[in-house]
Design a protein around this ligand. Structure first.
Ligand code: GLC
Length: 691
């Protein structure tokens, strides 16, 4: 059952396509209070209660014990002291002794989740706007709560299958030769690869929908040549539009009045990569259509996917804050700056970016209401993603395009995926990558992944290798790094062969991973789940924070510590460990339920398959189009005299309206004591262990 409650005058966020009628009584389970104009919802917590959700956020799978703020923010320092990342995913699942329920706060403004931080025994959710809808989703259990919520928010975005291949990216590739070289280096070494990202350097002076014609004289040819090699180019698009006379996107938007305005009706000017920029009011359908149609310029060059960035929106400064800063700095000139003076000086500069004052300076048009930006801040990136998706649909409605965004809000999960923002080359960020997987799925974002190897800081060979060993299971598998950091393409490292071997496993598992992704998308299910969701009666499983369930059949447990030679794994049930070195080289080790230590040398990583389940493994391939579902090997651990039934979904990977039944093939394995039979013709059963 899903119940809706309205407060104040909620803005249409687009999160819920079909809303149940609003009820007049108060939200169940919570106590409602108003504090200084803010609306607070308080829930008493027992010692053993657990809280899941919040999508892209820092810290644990169980979110209890910290303070989180939904305020989309461009800040690359993703450490444990942070409360906000790039997205606002206001959905939580409370697992309590007496009930399990979900609650969604459909509020596009700033909202704080104090989940046992101020007082361990209570959760307090505070909406600054006070204008919102609250949806309560009842159990019986966490998985059904999530499925009901996902059904409410609508089907998740489905990318083309090539987007689940390996993607190489780096801020700094600029010229045609840079892109060709990346492809050459991979292909020469047989390192699998499906796409290469184009970061801001491909643009002409950081102008959206342009490319530098000196560095890339013929983009159509480049893209066609690479496509012959089964490689797609994936350019970035930023939210801010450069202010420049003669630049058609700026002039057109300006003339149509499409950029966000200040109270006096003039354009709000903030700075991003190109310096002074204006910001399309993506909350208006006509602006979305106009901006979305501009993607056609690159689609016409053969491009089939994009990433949307800086769409929190990120602001380096506004004209007003910059002016005020210069004046204040002038005042400080010649003064004897003591400790307070020095801090003040630093603050003047540090507070230039993403300043709250700036977010209160401009407005959006939401239907017939003019709304100040800070009231709807968290919608901006989501509506940019929607603009792109609508642009793709008008270009080729029958075709899937790749779209992933940095900023997001629930609702944009129908239009694109996300990456987890500017992480760092830290071991702890492998764990963060893992922990966000189930939480993002709960909020609808199935297509997601992190910058593998780490975006900021210098990676190390072992960090990249271990991170790839997690990345091969995540739908978005992208190696990306910041300008100025150590180059981290696989071929730069002595141990590149081990990394290549890890990637062969991704391509061998693609039929399984794609099938699980599609089944999750088409049935509003979770591809990744906390162990707590599958084994709610198992206290150890419920508190396991470094392993997650994958699909119907598996569990993953990556190594995330330097110099480790293995790790501790908790098995809630008997499982077959596949210790992979490559798609062709692995051990099959039946492991009984309980605690165990698993040896994993640097080039080895595990996948755990539940007993009496089987998963298919294809032959290794160098790009996704070469992956075949003929002659699959089946891996699994069966008890004798059992039957195992599983389903594999496979389609052409590009058309827009996939139908579950059309793509499913049954795999039935029967072990009748004498021999093993499989319903799938030409399946190779050497990976099936019989007890
Ligand atoms: C932002 C993005 C990052 C990108 C950089 C340059 O920091 O998050 O991925 O490389 O901008 O465009």
């Amino acid at each position: 059952m899903i119940r809706r409650y309205d407060f104040g005058c909620p803005v249409e966020t687009g999160a819920i396509p079909e809303k149940p009628e609003a009820l007049r009584d108060s939200v169940p389970y919570f106590t409602q209070t108003t504090r200084e104009g803010r609306l607070c919802f308080t829930l008493a917590l027992d010692k053993d209660d657990m809280i899941f959700g919040l999508g892209e956020q820092i810290r644990g799978i169980n979110k209890r014990g910290h303070l989180y703020v939904s305020w989309n923010l461009d800040d690359p320092n993703q450490n444990e002291s942070r409360s906000s990342l790039y997205a606002a995913h206001n959905f939580l699942v409370f697992v309590q002794e007496e009930r399990t329920f979900g609650v969604y706060f459909d509020d596009p403004g700033r909202i704080t989740f104090d989940l046992g931080y101020t007082h361990g025994g209570e959760a307090v959710i505070t909406s600054e706007n006070g204008d919102l809808s609250v949806y309560v989703v009842d159990g019986p259990d966490a998985v059904s709560v999530c499925r009901a919520f996902r059904k409410l928010i609508g089907r998740s975005y489905i990318p083309p299958r090539w987007a689940m291949g390996y993607m190489q990216s780096r801020w700094g590739y600029a010229s045609e030769e840079d892109f060709r070289k990346v492809v050459r280096e991979h292909r020469e070494r047989h390192i699998p690869l499906d796409s290469v990202c184009m970061d801001i350097d491909y643009m002409d002076n950081y102008k959206d929908f342009t490319w530098n014609r000196q560095l890339i004289p013929d983009l159509t040819k480049l893209s066609a040549d690479l496509k012959r090699d089964h490689i797609r180019l994936v350019p970035i698009i930023d939210a801010g539009v450069k202010v420049l006379d003669g630049y058609d996107v700026y002039e057109e938007g300006e003339q149509k009045g499409y950029f966000c305005k200040k109270a006096d009706g003039t354009d709000f000017v903030g700075a991003v990569w190109p310096g002074r920029s204006v910001f399309p009011d993506f909350l208006r359908p006509e602006v979305r259509q106009w901006f979305g149609d501009h993607y056609h310029r690159l689609l016409e060059q053969g491009v089939e996917g994009f990433w949307n960035d800086m769409n929190e929106p990120a602001l380096f400064y506004s004209e007003e804050t910059l002016q005020a800063a210069f004046e204040e700095l002038e005042n400080l000139k010649g003064q004897n700056l003591d400790i307070n003076g020095v801090f003040h000086l630093k603050d003047i500069v540090n507070n230039l970016a993403n300043n709250m004052e700036d977010y209160r300076r401009f407005y959006h048009q939401c239907g017939d209401r003019r709304v100040r930006h800070d009231k709807v801040h968290n919608l901006y990136g989501a509506h940019m993603t929607r603009a792109a998706a609508e642009g793709f649909r008008s270009y080729a409605p029958e075709k899937r395009f790749l779209m992933f965004s940095r900023s997001s809000f629930i609702g944009s999960h129908r239009y694109g995926g996300v990456w987890q923002g500017d992480n760092s080359a830290w071991w702890g960020h492998i764990l963060q990558n893992l922990r966000e997987l189930p939480a993002l799925n709960m909020c609808g974002f199935l297509f997601n992944g992190a910058d593998i190897g780490g975006f900021g800081g210098n990676t190390t060979e072992d960090l990249l290798l271990r991170w790839l060993q997690l990345g091969v299971f995540t739908p978005l598998l992208r190696n990306h790094a910041c300008l100025g950091t150590r180059e981290q393409e696989i071929y730069r490292f002595d141990n590149w062969e081990a990394m290549r071997d890890v990637l062969t496993v991704r391509y061998a598992l693609l039929p399984y991973l794609y099938s699980e992704f599609m089944q999750a998308a088409l049935t509003d299910d979770l591809m990744f789940r906390p162990l707590a969701f599958d084994y709610p009666e198992d206290t150890v499983a419920c508190h396991t924070e470094d392993q997650v369930m994958l699909g119907h059949d598996c569990m993953i447990a990556p190594v995330y510590e330097q110099n480790a030679i293995g790790r501790h794994v908790y098995l809630p049930e008997d499982m077959l460990m596949v210790r992979f070195r490559s798609a062709e080289d692995y051990d099959l080790v039946p492991v009984p339920a309980g605690h165990c230590w698993v040896n994993l040398q640097l080039h080895e990583f595990p996948l755990f398959i539940r007993k009496n389940h089987v998963i298919p493994l294809a032959r290794a391939a160098e790009y996704s189009e070469a992956v075949s579902v003929e002659g699959l090997r089946l891996l699994g651990w069966m008890e004798s005299d059992t039957e195992v039934h599983t389903q594999l979904y496979w389609d052409d990977g590009v058309t827009t309206e996939p139908v579950l039944e059309d793509g499913l093939t049954a795999i039935d394995l029967v072990q009748d004591g004498m021999s093993l039979h499989c319903s799938m013709e030409d399946a190779d059963l050497t990976g099936v262990v019989i007890e």
